[in-house]
Design a protein. Structure first.
Lengths: 434, 562, 261
């Protein structure tokens, strides 16, 4: 038995990197410390796709990787509007091959930010993001605000590693010397811990942000007595709390990215941070979901110029979320083939888009069977990044960390499968050009 | 590998005293050699030939560069170019994608670019992007001045332990040299504050002046190829030229381990400001140039303005905040725990603005007023003062007074009152241009000893052939020639021909590994590990850049001196 | 006067996948002076392949034109997957006889486009001049900016006969937009000039505006809490409340005007 320390979790955007596991006979037998329950479950592993397969007459039939590669490449090379989607639960090295494949095919490449923090990216493109690394929050912040987020359940280690419960250089007393503000439409496991819980009406976040901005800029006289279900008194008190902090850190989640004004909610949250910043140090950070969605955004940006929803049909990038996100394309029935990797649209996408996905040829690359496997036409099982494969990922605050390989696996890595598909696509196109 | 013979070129190789001589250049297996037997012959037909360009300071790779791209899709959609059989897709103007950076620099005849500022905690990101920049050899300067370890050792006066820490950072980040940006000020920005050269940073109880001196001493103890590389305090503030001069004086007494400057200050245009506010703001390029002329221990790069809309990005968090407050445009900030920070905001330099006009003049004035070209380098602090694609504009202005007069006439009238440019007659010749774009920069970086910046035997076979005759005086033709080479050759391979990229080999990443006494390192480690145990949000064992991130390494080893 | 009729062929619209055709190369500016054969040879993007116009459209040409402003293009058939109609045009006329896909009239600076149906997202994006008439509804981001820009529409006139979806005229800096029906949330978001008139209802109009003028003739849902009531004003015989805003941008910048009935 070998004890391995400093293991990096490959589940959520926290990317906890101080996990200790036990490895015996090429298996992870125990997660000793550091991981939350969800992370533990990922590291310990579960039901796997056993073999590559091609769907014949409605049934998935096992085949070799070579046969599956050939079939996948044929589908993609013949496609007029292929969609390459997912990328958020694999490593940057694989993402790079994905971008190259999309460029070769003239495809649309998109990632899970489209259904997650895409609105946050749009907001950043509007007003920027005054932020910091998670260690800064740990060491300095005395006011923590979670808006539309429930970390106690969605990012279980967040508060104890990075924000409210954590102890740092100027925050040695931990939560005793900090204030926690939760803003949400309903009480949650996290709101029960709060010093202040602002319960607002569904879809009214936008109004509350604008009201706080007006107050922070000294124009409280125009603000009505109640905004979005929150009293003006509570708003004034919250503003005073923000002004009086030494360092305020706001974290926001799907509660604001996917309701009401969506990306404009986030613009408004960032504008609120900029208004607070005229009084004291204030930062704002999105609670990213998948462990490497930040990574595919980074890779896509430095290679194509843009972070997601990128159309490469003309050989250069045309970027336009709302037109080119996977859900847009599928609801509009635009694509004629799709490659789904390191994500699960079958589980997460609106029903309308799944209907179309089920009609077109779909290639799936994933270690685990999931709802997408139910209608995939070519399936590639691969190694689990962070357990069976190493590689680079970006944490929710964009710090790059390298996943470790803990055990050997017979499954190929994502990068290898993508490279082989790319080579085969190039061979097909070369033959066609002759 | 192949042999190449470049004949009939008029060669400018200032490090070897070659100032426009008709000369053959022979290359075998990627290196310059005395003679070749069976070469591919490139006839330069009387054109200007120089070693590949060496850019001493440019923001090309890493977290803030990519943040700049991510939040400016409107810049990304300028400069879109479809992929070709040879090239990947391109995007961007002030924040080009990685492929465009490689191709556009190579087309200007550059073969080496220094990434100006790498936050150590995110060094992996810088390396990931550098690997994706085609053709160019590269290196990066880790930011060390606002690091808590640095400030604590400066406070206690333990220069040997400071050197041990600097050595550790250099190894852990696969970095090239010591980068200093607004020392003390970026730590204070962690609380939304800033400071100047002689203010005391609370908690750490050190002044920026002490930090600069301490790192200057540590740098020399480690026998680093490059000097400390400094973005001085109070960037962009009217009147800051005094701080700049005082900063030079700080390090005057430090003895260097090598035959080079003690300190290189960067984008010095932004630090040569007179006046007391934006109303009476004026150029103090003469004061700074005067200092550089009278002293031999400092070098500068100009950071000269290119008119137009660009993206500012530096580790000077408070300065970026001020800029955003002035313009009201979008602003991204990213403080990095225990180490540094960054700010990014777009900015438009306009010929209609009196302030921008004076700024525009200052960069060129510095180059014209510093007498010895071996003390000065041509940069735009890409993209802060402007995109690197503007270098040919600056070259044409330095070489042609007529071009300067024409351009000045399009600027705000204030240029005739509060700038010096209209009164300067000097014109650079090609030898001087070669010095400030490759000879001086290679030497200041210590890379001339590693094959860069010259074409003597043993040098890298990196050559630029510009499509102009040495006698050319027309500024427009000079500018055109320096934008797209007739040939760019990298390690003996033709990568650009007739202004088009024809090959995209991978570049090498240069980094320095300073070796220290084990006992010293062990002592330093106790303090460092404590930081990881309590304050960092990543573990010690996950911090250092793994070898996988640098697939084409060029390692320079040094030894700590007594 | 030259009339060019383009009717989209059935095979383009009848597949399992409804892949859009992008017709940015089929503007009066680009087609003026071309023969029928030449027009058929003009390339358009259909997914990741460039096709000849004649392979995707039935083409017929009537009359001649000396300049673009004498050219009229009539588009027939199911245009719901035809993108970029009139992209960047400077003169002439385009008539589209069905619903149209995204970016109709984007970056146009002159001429006139009439859509006899609904227009999908980003109709009139970054318009500089000319006229765009949408007889049906307009989807989100009518006359809005491109992502990241702080200026969108700068001139021209747009009329929508039906309703408009979110973010009408975001970052508008000039020009005029008239919506006969309702506007969904955030009409005039980030406006810094120009004029928007909404015949029906609006939700959170004028957020973050710094200049320009918005008039809402119906009811406002979720009035912004950061606007200041200045008084009342009579417009065309009706009484309107006059607000200045948006003070969330600070009072110094809040020079926008919002009229609400």
């Amino acid at each position: 038995m070998v004890e391995v320390t400093d293991v990096v979790c490959s589940l959520c955007g926290c990317v906890c990197d101080d996990i200790t596991v036990e490895v015996e006979d090429n298996k992870v037998t125990k997660v000793k410390k550091g991981a939350c329950s969800v992370g533990k479950s990922k590291i310990m592993g579960h039901n796997r796709i056993k073999s590559p397969a091609i769907r014949v007459n409605g049934e998935l039939k096992d085949c070799s990787y070579d046969e599956a590669i050939k079939k996948a490449a044929e589908i993609l090379a013949a496609s007029r509007r292929p969609l390459l989607y997912g990328w958020s639960s694999t490593v940057c090295e694989a993402d790079k091959v994905g971008v190259e494949l999309a460029e070769e095919l003239g495809a649309v490449i998109d990632n899970t930010a489209s259904v997650c923090h895409g609105p946050s990216v749009l907001a950043i493109q509007d007003v920027g993001l005054p932020s910091c690394t998670l260690g800064e929050v740990k060491n300095r912040a005395d006011l923590i605000i979670y808006w539309g987020a429930n970390p106690a359940e969605a990012h279980a280690n967040h508060m104890k590693r990075y924000s409210y419960v954590s102890k740092g250089f100027w925050t040695e007393e931990g939560k005793k010397a900090k204030k926690l503000v939760i803003v949400d439409v309903r009480a949650t496991k996290t709101s029960k811990m709060a010093d202040v819980f602002l319960q607002l009406e569904q879809g009214k976040d936008y109004l509350v942000f604008s009201a706080l901005r007006a107050i922070l800029y000294g124009h409280e006289e125009v603000v009505p007595d109640e905004v979005g279900g929150v009293s003006k008194k509570d708003l004034l008190e919250t503003a005073e709390m923000m002004k009086g902090a030494k360092f305020g850190a706001t974290f926001f989640g799907m509660g604001v990215t996917h309701t009401g004004a969506r990306q404009n909610n986030i613009v408004n949250a960032i504008q609120m941070t900029r208004a607070a910043h005229t009084h004291t140090k204030f930062t704002i950070t999105p609670m990213r979901g998948h462990y490497n969605v930040a990574g595919i955004n980074q890779v896509c940006t430095w290679e194509t110029g843009f972070p997601f929803a990128v159309d490469l049909t003309r050989g250069y990038a045309w970027y336009n979320p709302g037109e080119l996100s996977a859900t847009d394309l599928l609801i509009r029935q635009e694509c004629d083939a799709a490659l789904i990797i390191a994500s699960d649209p079958g589980a997460h996408f609106p029903g309308e888009s799944i209907k179309h996905l089920a009609k077109i040829p779909v290639i799936q690359i994933d270690p685990f069977p999931n709802p997408t496997t139910e209608f995939a036409d070519v399936v590639f099982p691969v190694a689990v990044s962070g357990v069976e494969a190493e590689g680079n990922v970006y944490r929710m605050d964009n710090i790059p960390i390298r996943l470790r390989k803990l055990i050997d696996s017979e499954y190929p890595e994502d990068e290898e499968i993508l490279k082989r598909i790319l080579d085969e696509v190039r061979a097909i196109k070369e033959k066609e050009d002759k | 590998m192949a042999e190449v013979l470049i004949r009939n070129g008029v060669v400018y190789d200032p490090l070897n005293g070659v100032k426009g001589e008709k000369k053959d250049i022979c290359i075998r297996d990627g290196k310059v050699v005395e003679s070749v037997k069976n070469p591919k012959v490139i006839d330069a037909e009387g054109r200007v030939v120089m070693p590949g360009g060496v850019d001493i300071h440019s923001h090309i790779a890493g977290g803030k560069v990519n943040s700049g791209r991510l939040f400016r899709p409107e810049d990304g959609r300028k400069g879109l170019e479809a992929k070709t059989k040879v090239c990947r897709m391109q995007s961007g103007y002030s924040v080009p994608n990685t492929f465009a950076i490689g191709y556009r620099y190579a087309k200007m005849g550059y073969t080496f670019v220094m990434e100006a500022a790498m936050p150590p905690l995110a060094a992996r990101h810088t390396h990931e992007e550098m690997v994706d920049i085609p053709i160019l050899d590269n290196a990066a300067l880790p930011l060390i001045d606002n690091n808590w370890m640095t400030m604590e050792y400066v406070n206690s006066g333990d220069m040997d332990l400071l050197a041990a820490y600097v050595a550790w950072i250099m190894k852990a980040t696969k970095g090239f040299g010591v980068k200093i940006v607004n020392p003390g000020g970026t730590e204070m920005w962690g609380w939304g504050k800033n400071c100047s050269l002689n203010d005391t940073v609370p908690t750490f109880d050190v002044t920026p002046a002490e930090i600069i001196k301490g790192l200057g001493v540590a740098n020399e103890k480690l026998d680093m190829p490059h000097s400390i590389h400094v973005h001085t305090n109070m960037l962009g503030h009217p009147g800051n030229f005094e701080i700049t001069k005082e900063t030079y004086d700080l390090v005057k007494g430090i003895k260097t381990s090598k035959d080079r400057q003690v300190m290189h200050t960067t984008h010095t245009q932004f630090h040569s400001y007179g006046g007391t506010n934006w109303g009476d703001f004026e150029s103090k390029a003469d004061a700074i140039a005067g200092y550089i002329n009278q002293n031999d221990h400092a070098t500068i790069d100009i950071g000269s303005i290119i008119l137009g809309d660009t993206t500012t990005m530096t580790a000077d968090g408070p300065m970026e905040y001020n800029l955003y407050q002035i313009t009201g445009r979008k602003w991204t900030n990213h403080d990095v725990e225990l180490e540094t920070g960054s700010g990014i905001t777009p900015f438009l330099y306009s010929g209609k603005s009196p302030v921008n006009t004076i700024q525009w003049a200052i960069g060129v004035e510095l180059a014209l007023l510093v007498k010895d070209p071996w003390k000065i380098a041509l940069t735009t602090d890409h993209p802060n003062a402007g995109p690197f694609i503007g270098y040919p504009i600056l070259i044409s202005m330095l070489m042609s007074k007529k071009r300067r007069e024409e351009s000045s006439a399009d600027m705000h009238k204030v240029i005739y009152d509060r700038a010096l440019l209209p009164s300067i007659d000097r014109e650079y010749d090609l030898n001087e241009i070669a010095i400030i774009t490759r000879g001086m920069t290679a030497k200041a970086l210590g890379l001339h000893e590693h094959g860069k910046g010259h074409l003597g035997v043993g040098a890298d076979g990196d050559v630029a052939i510009y499509d102009m005759s040495p006698e050319e005086t027309d500024a427009g033709k000079i500018q055109k020639a320096f934008l797209n080479t007739k040939y760019t050759i990298k390690d003996g391979q033709v990568v650009v021909k007739d202004g088009e990229v024809v090959a995209t080999p991978d570049g090498k990443t240069y980094f320095v590994t300073p070796e220290c006494d084990d006992k010293l390192t062990d002592e330093m480690m106790v303090k460092l590990k404590d930081k990881f145990d309590h304050y960092y949000s990543v573990t010690y064992n996950n911090y250092a850049v793994q070898d996988a991130y640098v697939p084409n390494p060029y390692e320079i080893k040094t030894q700590m001196r007594g | 006067m030259q009339t060019i009729k383009l009717k989209i062929k059935d095979n383009v619209t009848s597949g399992v996948a409804k892949i859009p055709v992008e017709v940015d190369s089929l503007t009066p500016d680009n087609l003026v002076g071309k023969s029928e054969a030449e027009i058929k040879a003009v390339k358009v993007w259909w997914g990741n392949k460039e096709e000849s116009t004649g392979d995707l459209f039935d083409v017929s040409v009537d009359g001649t034109a000396g300049s673009a402003d004498e050219v009229k293009i009539v588009l027939d058939g199911d245009l719901s997957r035809v993108k970029r109609i009139g992209d960047g045009m400077t003169a002439g006329e385009i008539e589209a006889n069905s619903n149209v896909d995204m970016h109709c009239g984007a970056m146009m600076s002159g001429g006139k486009i009439t859509v006899k149906g609904n227009a999908d997202c980003w109709a009139g994006r970054e318009m500089h001049g000319g006229e765009l008439v949408i007889e049906g509804d307009a989807a989100a981001n009518l006359c809005a900016m491109y992502r990241g820009e702080d200026k969108g529409m700068t001139g021209g006139k747009v009329t929508v006969g039906g309703n408009a979806d979110e973010c009408v005229g975001q970052y508008m800096a000039g020009g005029e937009i008239v919506i006969k029906g309702n506007a969904r949330m955030l009409a005039g978001l980030n406006m810094s000039g120009g004029k928007i008139v909404i015949g029906g209802d609006a939700v959170m109009p004028g957020a973050d505006m710094t200049k320009g003028e918005i008039t809402v003739k119906g009811t406002v849902q979720d009035m912004m809490p950061s606007f200041k009531l200045e008084g009342t004003e009579s417009i065309d015989g009706a009484e309107y409340k006059k607000y200045s805003g948006d003070l969330a941008m600070t009072a110094r910048k809040a020079k926008g005007t919002l009229y609400v009935k």
